[in-house]
Write a protein that binds this ligand. Structure first.
Ligand code: PSU
Ligand code: MN
Length: 301
């Protein structure tokens, strides 16, 4: 599978300057149009502001692109026929000339192939509630076990079974670091109620963990769990109410497969008066800022 590098990204990588990978499923399937284009652009601007080159990753007409141009970004964001592409979809999209947003799993894989070391997303995919009978576990988890980069997220999405996801991360031998906390974040909420074993406080510590991972020849991503600022979190009761109704709707409509996560994110947006969207964006911004600092620390910039 060939990968096309954006000009700016190719130059930064050749010059060993810091690059931050960004996914595009959050744009194509996680945020409403046309706000998604604004967010995608503002995100890239924030990364540049930090002295780091943004590499938004996606698939355009079958081409796996690491570092989408502004026109490509806009096209993916506004085209309703864009598909959601996980790793298993990449060869199909490449062969059939499809366009789409790449999930955490697919983005991490392409970023690593391109030589990028740090990636920021909103909330990680994980084990869905009821997975013991649906078997619904995001491909994000096994893919991260085999992709040695640093991934910054606000924990796993609270629409998931957070406890089961943490157990799977342990089984898959994926290191998890709390950013300045041991309380594991819950995406829309700062504290999921679960804890992690280790806390880091500086980008240099994260860089040191990644370097030790590489020296040991281990292949897993290092996860940095960064809670959204508490003042931006979703009201807990509103969150729980909307989520319970959303999960019931998934069941009633028989939503399955790759549609479950986009359906629930959209349901939460519509049933929290847009508050979940603001929480999602605050979490994403925080992860992008932190990812840029970690990328700079790893590049020694
Ligand atoms: N983070 C967000 N919004 C999103 C996602 C992450 O703030 O839409 C996407 C990511 O691309 C992640 C995907 O990989 O949701 C998980 O989908 P699934 O559960 O089908 O693997
Ligand atoms: Mn799934």
């Amino acid at each position: 599978m060939s990968i096309r590098l954006g000009t700016e990204v190719a130059r930064a990588l050749a010059g060993h300057r810091p690059v931050l990978a960004l996914e595009s499923t959050i744009i194509t399937h996680g945020l409403p149009r046309p706000r998604n284009v604004e967010v995608a652009r503002a995100t890239e601007a924030a990364v540049r502001e930090a002295g780091v080159t943004p590499a938004t990753i996606g698939v355009v007409g079958g081409d796996c692109v690491v570092g989408l141009s502004d026109a490509e970004l806009e096209r993916l964001a506004l085209d309703e026929s864009c598909v959601k592409l996980s790793i298993r979809d990449l060869p199909i999209a490449a062969a059939l000339g499809l366009s789409g947003g790449t999930t955490v799993a697919a983005t991490a894989t392409l970023a690593h192939r391109a030589g990028i070391k740090v990636f920021s997303t909103g909330g990680l995919g994980g084990v869905h509630r009821g997975a013991s009978h649906t078997f619904d576990e995001s491909a994000d988890l096994p893919s991260l076990a085999a992709t040695p980069l640093v991934l910054v997220s606000a924990g796993v999405k609270s629409i998931l079974d957070v406890g089961a996801t943490l157990e799977r991360l342990e089984t898959l031998s994926i290191p998890v670091l709390g950013w300045r906390t041991r309380a594991y974040p819950g995406f829309y909420i700062a504290d999921s109620g679960f804890t992690v074993d280790y806390q880091v406080d500086t980008p240099e510590q994260v860089a040191a963990v990644a370097a030790a991972r590489d020296a040991l020849g281990l292949s897993a991503a290092v996860l940095v769990a960064n809670p959204l600022p508490p003042e931006h979190q979703l009201d807990r009761a509103l969150h729980d109410r909307a989520l319970a109704a959303g999960l019931a709707e998934v069941e009633a409509r028989g939503v399955r497969g790759h549609d479950v996560t986009p359906f629930l994110l959209d349901y939460m947006q519509r049933h929290t008066g847009g508050e979940s969207l603001e929480a999602n964006l605050a979490a994403y911004r925080g992860n992008v800022d932190l990812g840029a600092r970690i990328a700079a620390a790893i590049a020694g910039a």
